[in-house]
Design a protein around this ligand. Structure first.
Ligand code: SAH
Length: 464
């Protein structure tokens, strides 16, 4: 960056310009937006210059610039559109201590005038160091279109309200209030005039004050298997009111979209065996934000109470006397069994169903394999991909029928959902062939109901 952008205070300062043609007019139109004292030197001034002088917006001297004319000026513009004259006046201005800009002469200028988007008091300056004026103009046009003309009014009215907003605690609560004003409450009423905006500011402040007075709290929310339509209404409400959302890897972007726009989003994604945010760090984050008064949503995939290490987090927040509650979610076994058109339990087949994890913190998880190996048993196996061979081995060792149906549902409820229909015997090999990268749930003892699958891809058919 060669040119460093700053905003120069011009109130009551002297700005001098030499020139009386189009270049001078263009610069003066910008400069007259400030409250600077503007002196113009022009031997042959355009009629607009005379009018502006009559209206006392500038002081016009109908002669060439001379030594001493730029004394005490902050800025000088050489706008004679004549290289020789520009060089002469610029030399005087430099000697008299002003910062010099020569119109259309980047090389000899001490500063350049940016493209400006004016929503006073909000001013956006765009510069390309002379590299691409076209680009600057395009960006300006884009911003002009995007920023409502009312932005300036909102900022002006907001400025008058700053003292009142100081009633909110410093930091996040105050920032949230202002964001809410500029992006929600303000734009909604600005067309109705200043009084309406002021009334909206009052209401908004009361709303934020009561929010700030609430003690911090944690909602342990089940985010379901991925399809946003499988969120509960309670989960949606919690997301809508959250100050902070701490979420896992398996939470889909569509669901994160539903969080309050101002919410702080913290990704603590844990990758199966890969790098992860430690449980301790997650506990600390929960305590830190809730202790600071935030409404925290701890968003877990499926149901928070199923293989979610929920109890460790609850113990951590209990130790700090932080209030919490659990919002149940649809566990992936429910979404997966729906995908294959089956029931988790069925009269005369299985009166119970086990939820197992393929591995736990110590490695492959052990279970009552002998019980599971009996005919008719059904188990929903979470995190079961990597441990497929281990599970197969244990079950067969305990007498399970090698032809017991096994179904693996990857990305249940998501657009990328895939179903692998196999048997205990073929499970590890078929899983390897299927190259599943998404989260997958394995049903031991359940085959897809054929009729329910007309619309879904079944890998086994594809491979046969
Ligand atoms: N609390 C979650 C489970 C967390 S453990 C729940 O109730 O579903 C993570 C495991 O859940 C994954 O390894 C996978 O076995 C399963 N899982 C999560 N989302 C899934 C999905 N959309 N489809 C299939 N399995 C899923």
């Amino acid at each position: 960056m060669d040119h460093f952008p700053i905003f120069l205070s011009t109130k009551g300062q002297r700005i001098v310009l030499s020139g009386g043609g189009d270049a001078a007019l263009a610069k003066l139109r910008l400069l007259m937006k400030t409250q600077a004292k503007i002196s113009v030197y022009a031997t042959d001034p355009a009629p607009e210059l005379v009018q502006w002088a009559d209206a006392r917006r500038i002081t016009l001297h109908t002669r060439a610039l001379r030594l001493g004319d730029v004394l005490c000026a902050k800025l000088f513009y050489a706008a004679d559109e004549d290289a020789v004259e520009d060089a002469r006046t610029a030399a005087i201005a430099r000697a008299e201590g002003a910062l010099v800009n020569i119109v259309d002469n980047l090389h000899d200028s001490a500063f350049i005038t940016p493209a400006i988007v004016d929503r006073d008091p909000v001013t956006i300056a765009i510069g390309t160091e002379g590299a691409a004026p076209v680009l600057a103009r395009a960006i300006k046009a884009d911003l002009e279109e995007r920023l409502p003309a009312t932005l300036g009014s909102l900022a002006r009215i907001g400025k008058g309200f700053r003292k009142m907003a100081d009633a909110l605690p410093f930091g996040r609560p105050r920032r949230d209030f202002w964001r809410d004003y500029y992006f929600n409450a303000g734009p909604r009423v600005v067309a109705d005039g200043e009084t309406a905006v002021e009334a909206a500011l009052d209401d908004l402040l009361n709303d934020h004050l009561s929010r700030a007075a609430r003690p911090g709290h944690i909602a342990f929310v089940g985010g379901g298997p991925g399809d946003p339509e499988l969120l509960t209404l309670k989960a949606r409400r919690a997301l809508d009111e959250a100050d902070v959302v701490i979420y896992d890897r398996l939470i889909s972007p569509e669901i994160l979209e539903l969080a309050r726009r101002e919410a702080l989003m913290i990704d603590v994604g844990k990758e199966g065996f890969g790098p992860s945010t430690s449980q301790q760090t997650i506990n600390d984050l929960l305590v830190e934000h809730a202790s600071g008064g935030a409404q925290v949503v701890r968003l877990k995939s499926g149901d928070a109470t199923v293989f979610g290490r929920l109890d460790e987090e609850i113990d951590a927040v209990d130790a700090h006397n932080i209030g919490w509650h659990i919002v149940p979610g649809i566990t992936s076994a429910s979404a997966a069994v729906a995908a294959i058109g089956q029931s988790l339990t069925k009269r005369d087949r299985n009166a119970s169903v086990r939820f197992l994890t393929g591995h736990d913190m110590k490695g492959f998880a052990d279970h009552d394999w002998a019980a599971l190996a009996r005919p008719g048993e059904v188990a929903a196996i979470y995190m079961g991909k990597k441990s497929a061979r281990f599970i197969q081995g244990r079950l067969i060792m305990h007498g399970a029928d090698r032809n017991t149906p096994v179904t693996v549902i990857e990305n249940a409820s998501r657009p990328e959902q895939r179903i692998l229909e196999t048997t205990l015997d073929r499970l590890p090999a078929d899983l390897m062939d299927a190259e599943m990268n998404g989260p997958a749930l394995t049903f031991y003892g359940l085959a897809p109901r054929a009729a329910a699958l007309a619309s879904t891809e079944i890998l086994q058919e594809e491979m046969a």
